[in-house]
Design a protein around this ligand. Structure first.
Ligand SMILES: Nc1ncnc2c1ncn2[C@@H]1O[C@H](COP(=O)(O)OP(=O)(O)OP(=O)(O)O)[C@@H](O)[C@H]1O
Ligand SMILES: [Mg+2]
Length: 393
């Protein structure tokens, strides 16, 4: 039996279709037998599903009114594991009315989803905007719901209402689960996007947050079972500022990661300025959380000084991110561009006495190369090893 997943939102134009099409394609690419069904009479899936030129345009509506057979409306796509059922012919208002009525009053949709679930591993359903009768009917037969939420200014006001509506709809069906919220048209550099993301996180149903943590831990489990996890780093972005809220978040992280060694890395110099330094270190010490010392280029907004304080007797960490001034601030650049830096001996040498000092207060010190271009990290870590071995006080 496969899983049925519906993409749903009260709002129009938030990226439901885009999310549905991309999710379906992603499942298919992993070799899962996937069926994408468009039950929105607008029929937008047709334009994104990678169908052959001149393909059949009949779909669900034509099956619903008995004009086509199931075999005729299941269309192949460019991906071998992806099949699509388009919305079909719902041209004018009269068609709409008939379509809605047939969805509501017959078992055709129910039977179609039952059949699809039996024959496919994943069934993704794109729904019309709103929680109207068509969407409600889909939800009655779905196990998973995903809600795209567009990061636009109005979302600050409307998010709680939207989540409330979805939760109410989900609560009506025992087997239905809200799988997550997809922030669409999200731009990391936009303050408004970040604010919306924050607001959404605050309002996420607690069971969703628990589930996300559980999955994160489960993903790490094989590594831990094999004894390959040194520590799990939580590297916070430059907009994670010192505040009691941030501290309680770090506490929550430690609690959620119970059983794993964690370490925290900051990207905002305020954590270490005259006002906050003592508090930052005292906080980490009191919870036995290693502060991740970093080597970064200096003078940028997210630069950090090479502070090498040990805040846990169990573990101290230093991470080498390279000192590439030109690429450090490049957004969306791949890591092998941003951290492209071949450490000369002089840079590494600066860390030798620091690491030796760290070794005095921590049982273990991990030095980690993040300058992941070509063989630089391997080469530089071998060199650091040699310099440490040769070190004489
Ligand atoms: N991540 C993205 N980046 C840029 N544009 C996007 C992204 N996601 C969606 N869009 C664009 O936003 C518009 C609305 O997307 P889409 O049609 O998927 O929304 P929808 O919620 O299905 O709309 P409707 O409610 O009308 O069914 C489209 O023009 C789409 O190409
Ligand atoms: Mg759509």
């Amino acid at each position: 039996m496969g899983a049925v997943l519906a993409v749903v939102s009260q709002k129009g134009g938030v990226g439901k279709t885009t999310t549905a099409v991309n999710l379906a394609a992603a499942f298919a690419r992993r070799g899962m037998k996937t069926l994408l069904i468009d039950v929105d009479p607008q029929g937008s899936v047709r334009y994104g599903a990678g169908l052959a030129r001149g393909h059949e345009t009949a779909g669900f509506a034509d099956y619903l009114n008995g004009e086509k057979t199931l075999r005729e409306i299941i269309l192949p796509t460019a991906l071998p594991w992806l099949r699509v059922i388009l919305a079909g012919s719902v041209a004018d208002e009269a068609d709409h009315a008939v379509y809605s009525q047939l969805v509501r009053e017959t078992n055709v949709l129910h039977d179609l989803l039952t059949m699809a679930e039996q024959r496919c591993q994943v069934v993704v359903v794109d729904t019309p905007p709103g929680l109207g009768p068509i969407t409600r009917k889909v939800l009655g037969q779905t196990e998973h719901v995903i809600v795209p939420l567009q990061c636009e200014p109005l979302a600050l006001q409307t998010t709680s209402q939207i989540l409330k509506g979805i939760r109410a709809a989900v609560a009506k069906h025992d087997s239905l689960r809200l799988e997550g919220i997809v922030l669409t048209l999200y731009e990391e550099d936009s303050a408004i996007c970040r604010k919306i993301a924050e607001r959404v996180r605050e309002q996420l149903p607690p069971e969703l947050v628990d589930e996300a943590w559980e999955r994160f831990r489960a993903a790490l489990e094989p590594l831990r079972a094999a004894g390959r996890v040194g520590a799990v780093f939580f590297q916070f972005p430059r907009w994670f500022l010192p505040s009691s809220r941030s501290l309680s978040y770090v506490e929550q992280v430690q609690e959620r990661m119970h059983g794993f060694q964690i370490a925290v890395e900051f990207r905002k110099i305020e954590w270490l300025d005259a006002r906050h330094l003592d508090g930052t270190l005292a906080f980490l010490r009191s919870r036995d959380i290693p502060y991740v010392a970093v080597d970064t280029p200096q003078g940028h907004d997210s630069s950090m000084p090479p502070l090498h304080e040990v805040t846990s007797s169990k573990l101290a960490v230093v991470r080498f991110h390279g000192r590439n001034h030109e690429t450090w601030d490049l957004r969306n650049a791949p890591p092998n561009v941003r951290f492209r830096y071949d450490y000369p001996d002089a840079d590494l040498q600066e860390w030798v006495p620091r690491i030796k000092e760290m070794e005095r207060s921590a049982k273990e010190v991990h030095a980690i190369m993040n300058n992941n271009y070509s063989n630089y990290s391997v080469k530089n870590s071998n060199r650091l090893d040699e310099l440490l071995a040769a070190w004489q006080k």
